[in-house]
Design a binder for this molecule. Structure first.
Ligand code: PLP
Length: 387
């Protein structure tokens, strides 16, 4: 069995049941440390995007390392509170916040609502007024910057539903003059996910500077500059690059953002913090040899890991039972669910694989366990930690 797993734990647990998520807490801790020291260099604030992983043990570790919380639903706000994330380090985004979710956030006295439409400003103002409270808000601006990532995870283009378009900013400024229960804190951006081209973040910085100037020229000081998340990871070589280059990432913002004294720069990272610390461990149920293809049919499917079916995502797949790699064969690695999109990879080269072999689907710590579904009345998934 491969070295990066705690072999005993994986093998023992697999005797009782598969599939399960295996979490390497040591790698997570190292990743958090590297991120923290890189961000501390510039005094940057980092919030963890709970939507990428809501596992309580994972969240405990992230919270105890000083990260804030980035939530996109009332459920996540409540989870963040239960874990102990500080309200003054909690932000709340989402294009469709319900009244009840807004009320939850108001009751928790969170730091900032990232507001995604002009109408939402009026709704938050009204609900805050009813509670005799003032809500801190940042305007989520859609900067029309192409993230050069998969179209399903691009969020910062004119055609996307997220954020407020640049041409609506005058309406925002007018609304803020009348909304007495809102406190304008600053501006927010999030242009997409799995961004690996650092030039994209440079382009973002240039837009952020423009938007900041737009508000400040109108006498609205921008205290908070929240540039969102989206930093991508290496799905193709999870061991060669287990921790992303946070130094290079933060340096871009330090070099290109116009940050005057007294301003705060905030980030909302999900994937880059948690993706590499987990693998989905699954057992081969059947090998089927078709006329043109071999299929390896696993006991995990799109219900346990939805990313390949949802946005054609690549995950490295390894047979961790076989040490002898001498006979290489191509397999389409598929799940048991009654959907043709339930496929983890096509023509994957693996050692000759048999019923009962354990497979690791790598880099599943982000948008893995959180997206588990009960479709086909699948049972709940288990998870196991390295220590
Ligand atoms: C999803 C999301 C994030 C985190 O994105 P990653 O690509 O996982 O870093 C940050 N901010 C907002 C508003 C989001 O919706």
């Amino acid at each position: 069995m491969r070295q990066m797993f705690n072999a005993n734990i994986v093998a023992d647990f697999a005797q009782h049941q598969t599939p399960f998520y295996y979490y390497d807490l040591g790698l997570l801790k190292n990743t958090l440390d590297v991120c923290n020291s890189a961000a501390a260099k510039y005094n940057f604030h980092v919030h963890f995007a709970l939507k990428s992983n809501c596992n309580k043990t994972i969240l405990d570790l992230i919270k105890s390392n000083g990260f804030g919380a980035d939530c996109v639903s009332g459920g996540e706000l409540i989870r963040a509170k239960e874990i102990g994330f500080l309200p003054e380090q909690t932000v709340f985004a989402g294009v469709g916040k319900s009244d009840s979710e807004i009320n939850t956030a108001l009751d928790l006295d969170i730091f900032c609502f990232n507001v995604e439409s002009v109408q939402e400003l009026f709704v938050i103002n009204e609900l805050a007024q009813a509670k005799n409270k003032t809500a801190g808000i940042a305007i989520r601006v859609n900067p029309n910057v192409d993230a050069h990532t998969h179209k399903y995870i691009t969020t910062g283009l004119d055609e996307n539903k997220f954020g407020i378009n640049m041409w609506e900013l005058p309406a925002v400024a007018d609304a803020l003059k009348t909304c007495k229960n809102l406190k304008f804190l600053g501006i927010h951006f999030h242009i997409g996910s799995q961004i690996t081209d650092m030039n994209v973040f440079k382009s973002l910085c240039i837009k952020v500077n423009e938007v900041q100037n737009w508000f400040e020229e109108r006498g609205m000081p921008v205290k908070v500059i929240n540039v969102g998340g989206g930093l991508g990871i290496n799905y193709h070589q999870p061991d060669a690059e287990a921790i992303v280059n946070f130094e290079a990432y933060f340096k871009i913002f330090n070099d290109f953002l116009d940050v005057k004294p007294g301003k705060e720069v905030h980030f909302e990272l999900g994937r880059a913090l948690v993706a590499q610390c987990s693998s989905l461990i699954t057992k081969v149920l059947y090998i089927k040899n078709g006329k043109t293809k071999n299929f390896a049919i696993l006991d995990a499917g799109m219900t346990e890991l939805m990313r390949p079916a949802l946005y054609q995502a690549y995950h490295q797949i390894e047979n961790i039972s076989k040490t002898d790699k001498s006979v290489d064969t191509k397999y389409d690695v598929v799940g048991p669910i009654c959907e043709s999109s339930d496929c983890f990879g096509k023509e994957i080269i693996l050692p000759e694989t048999h019923r009962g072999d354990l497979m690791a689907i790598r880099s599943t710590g982000a948008y893995g366990e959180v997206m588990v579904s009960v479709y086909n009345l699948r049972p709940a998934i288990s998870f196991v930690f390295s220590d």
